[in-house]
Design a protein. Structure first.
Lengths: 514, 306
């Protein structure tokens, strides 16, 4: 009897403490990031992990929803002039920064002027080079004037780095602002132990009284994939925004956790260096496209969690235009084309990629596929920093480039066609300037990409980008490989925390279901 | 003795100076451009060049070395290229977690290794010896990240006894120090076993037995003490390595130590952090060597310093 009582007592105790634990737990969330946070000034960062954390602390004028469609955030409406040189934004009223400073046109001007100032060396200055002046006709209106037409300006304003910082905090902290972020977001910065953890807490004065639902969010940098999953499975974190496909099963097989999957906007390609004689022949480029089975690629490399590209742009990117014919695999026809081009016995080429496990799998798969048309691929996996130097070294020229083929993935972080087609396929994008790894140069594409920037009219821009995509699809400067899905792991019952197609994540509207 | 110690300490200065040159050259000879890596993959060439100028990476190499050594002589380890944080602060934060982990790992593995090594040696050829040595070989061969993930899966995810990772309470030391010490314990066991086997054949052991000393005293006092010299050398070396922080284990267990810091710094080509860390590792090794030399004298009074 005594024993029974003790057992009942301890069960009650456990239930009690469990209840208390859940109550405390309900208002908190922890997130395991795949990289360490570099800094908390998104305007001065090129890293998705920084943007991800900043998404709760700061807000942008215009933002993306989960499908990369533009939605109002601190601006409630916007319009561009016909010549794409003047952009007018109406601001949300009654918003305050977390330090009590008013959010208004003057605050926006201070932020945009800083971005446009080349002397400040902000990393995202490049997005604002064309800004000539920022005017504030009244408290709630901002007019941005550009020196040259730039039709992609609205999407540029939605880039995850273009956040609004408190002018008072900029004044107070100067260059140290990256350690003292003050924005208008639903969470305010509390503590950062670099390399270890970062904590944000509820902003009581948030402009939308419905939000935030959580009191505290803690971020842990956990580069090791297996450890991130273990932390999720032991409830130490409730959200893992970047989940490698090979560990997905561990999460999906459990009752308490779920896998979120969303098509990305990163298009993976194998670029062919068109300075090489062989790749100047369209028949060879076409044969390479026909020899590679994209469906099998998605299976081998991503365990099926990827889609086959149907245009140079990903479907979620603005102004994507589906192309025909769709990609197909036909080894016999590929062999025939190689024969016509005089390469019946194939040739030797090198293929560069990073040395991480995903890209090494790509290398092996592509080598095998191309051996079917007698092409002998020498695969070259490179350590990240070494690759960056060899591909983007300042003195690289098209004539001296050592690579024949390169694997590259490009994600247009403005969600707009311009920031994909221009860096990857326009002549001005030749490496090392941007990301044109094929040295592909076509006057029709260059003109269409430029035309699309001369207007802010979406219909005209769409028409120009359709021309560019059509030409690129015909010319095949790359072998299109895959668009991989963004995968994340999340505790069941948690909503509002999700991965974005551009590789960042959102948690500002996170909540536990009642 | 004190004089010997001081003389050895002063002799470290030119060695450290030479090391600083090697470290600097080695770090700068690594392929990869820090400005390029720090700017991020999507950066344009223009952004990279702006960053290079602002980080002073366009200065001539000898100038950069003099800045580096000048900083160190004035007691300043420089600032991180990546975050702008003082390197001394970063290392100050990472140092103690690694020291704790190294001490715990070394502590259990030396005790365990010594005992099992001696038992194996004494019962040579027995089943216990074979089992012990089998375990030791497994300990050496088991990839530490694998062992770490297995322990984490079993004790943290399924049983829920420990946190999976991080360093928030002393109990968080248990799993990583088991993982880190496994290899060391195995090495210590094998080393002790062969050293004791060698010593057991010596005349003075036979003498000790002949004069009727109990076997326990023969083994644990006479044999082990004489077998300790190579074992202490090995333990010292291992401690040096452990203090460097195990990159793999710190990464698996999200340990905020020197290994994690070094790995991040190397992948970002954060020259200032890499240089400072390697200099500190070298200094640690030199000091441990010195300490081991002093220990020799304590273990074997026949060794005299002059």
């Amino acid at each position: 009897m005594k024993l029974l009582q003790t057992a009942a007592f301890s069960a009650a105790l456990m239930a009690g403490s469990l209840g208390a634990f859940q109550a405390a737990h309900a208002a908190e969330m922890s997130i395991a990031l795949n990289q360490i946070v570099q800094g908390l000034n998104p305007q001065d960062s090129n890293y998705n992990v920084d943007y991800s954390v900043a998404n709760g602390i700061f807000e942008r004028l215009i933002a993306f929803d989960g499908d990369m469609k533009l939605v109002p955030q601190l601006a409630t409406s916007w319009e561009g002039s016909e010549d794409a040189k003047i952009f007018t934004l109406k601001l949300r009223q009654g918003v305050k920064f977390q330090d009590g400073t008013d959010f208004n046109a003057a605050a926006v001007k201070i932020n945009l002027d800083r971005l446009a100032d080349p002397d400040l060396n902000l990393k995202k200055h490049s997005l604002f080079k064309l800004v000539e002046s920022v005017e504030t006709p009244d408290e709630n209106t901002v007019v941005i004037k550009l020196s040259k037409p730039f039709g992609a300006m609205i999407n540029t304003l939605a880039h995850p780095s273009i956040v609004m910082q408190s002018p008072a905090a900029i004044e107070k902290y100067g260059k140290d602002i990256a350690k003292h972020p003050v924005g208008t977001g639903p969470f305010k910065f509390e503590e950062w132990v670099p390399g270890e953890k970062l904590v944000v807490v509820k902003n009581e004065g948030y402009w939308d009284p419905e939000w935030p639902k959580l009191d505290k969010v803690t971020f842990y940098p956990v580069p090791e994939n297996g450890t991130r999953v273990s932390m999720l499975m032991s409830d130490e974190v409730q959200f893992v925004p970047i989940l490698p496909a090979e560990l997905m099963k561990r999460v999906s097989e459990s009752d308490s956790y779920e896998v979120l999957e969303k098509p990305g906007i990163s298009v993976w390609v194998m670029a062919m260096n068109m300075m090489r004689k062989q790749f100047q022949d369209i028949r060879v480029r076409e044969a390479f496209n026909l020899a590679i089975d994209q469906q099998a690629f998605a299976q081998v490399v991503y365990g099926g969690h990827a889609i086959v590209p149907d245009a140079p742009l990903a479907p979620a990117t603005q102004f994507h235009a589906t192309q025909s014919p769709a990609l197909s695999t036909d080894v016999a026809k590929a062999k025939e084309l190689m024969k016509e081009a005089g390469y019946e016995n194939g040739f030797e080429v090198n293929l560069w990629a990073r040395n991480n496990s995903t890209e090494v799998r790509m290398l092996q798969f592509l080598k095998q596929q191309l051996s079917q048309i007698n092409v002998n691929v020498q695969i070259v996996p490179l350590e990240g920093a070494t690759r960056a130097e060899k591909l983007f070294g300042a003195n690289l020229t098209p004539e001296t480039a050592e690579f024949d083929m390169t694997i590259g993935g490009w994600s247009p972080s403005t969600g707009d066609a311009d920031w994909h087609l221009r860096p990857v396929y326009a002549t001005e994008g030749f490496v090392p300037n941007m990301y044109n790894l094929s040295f592909y140069s076509n006057a029709v594409v260059d003109k269409a990409v430029q035309d699309a920037l001369e207007t802010a009219d979406p219909a005209k821009r769409a028409a120009a980008y359709a021309i560019a995509q059509d030409q690129i699809w015909k010319d095949k400067p790359v072998v299109w490989l895959a668009i991989d899905n963004a995968l994340a792991g999340r505790k069941k019952g948690l909503t509002g925390a999700f991965p974005m197609p551009d590789g960042t994540m959102q948690y500002a509207r996170a909540a536990y279901e009642e | 003795m004190v004089q010997y110690f001081l003389r050895r300490l002063f002799a470290l200065i030119p060695v450290l100076f030479l090391i600083s040159i090697f470290v600097f050259l080695f770090v700068h000879a690594l392929p990869g451009d820090p400005a390029r890596v720090l700017a991020g993959d999507n950066a344009t060439l223009e952004e990279v060049e702006i960053l290079r100028r602002s980080l002073n990476l366009d200065a001539p190499l000898h100038q950069q070395y003099f800045d580096f050594i000048g900083n160190i002589l004035s007691g300043n380890l420089g600032v991180s290229l990546r975050t702008g944080e003082p390197v001394a602060t970063m290392i100050g934060r990472a140092f103690m977690p690694t020291v704790w982990l190294a001490l715990c790992a070394l502590g259990w593995s030396v005790i365990f290794g010594l005992i099992s090594g001696v038992i194996s040696a004494v019962k040579r050829g027995s089943i216990g010896d074979h089992v012990g040595m089998f375990a030791a070989v497994s300990g050496i061969s088991m990839p530490p990240f694998w062992l770490g993930l297995l322990l984490m899966q079993f004790f943290s995810v399924q049983l829920g006894w420990f946190g999976t990772s991080g360093f928030d309470s002393p109990s968080d030391l248990i799993l990583p120090s088991i993982t880190l010490g496994a290899g060391v314990a195995a090495i210590m066991a094998r080393f002790t076993r062969s050293a004791v086997i060698e010593v057991i054949r010596e005349d003075y052991i036979r003498t000790a037995r002949a004069k009727g000393l109990p076997e326990k005293i023969v083994i644990w006092k006479h044999a082990l003490r004489n077998a300790l010299i190579p074992v202490v050398t090995m333990a010292g070396l291992q401690f040096g390595f452990l203090l460097g922080g195990s990159i793999v284990i710190e990464r698996v267990f999200r340990w905020p130590g020197m290994g994690s810091l070094l790995l991040d710094a190397i992948s970002f080509r954060d020259y200032a952090v890499v240089q400072a860390e390697i200099l500190i590792f070298s200094l640690e090794f030199l000091l441990i060597n010195l300490l081991v030399d002093v220990l020799y004298g304590l273990i074997n009074p026949k060794i005299r310093y002059s």
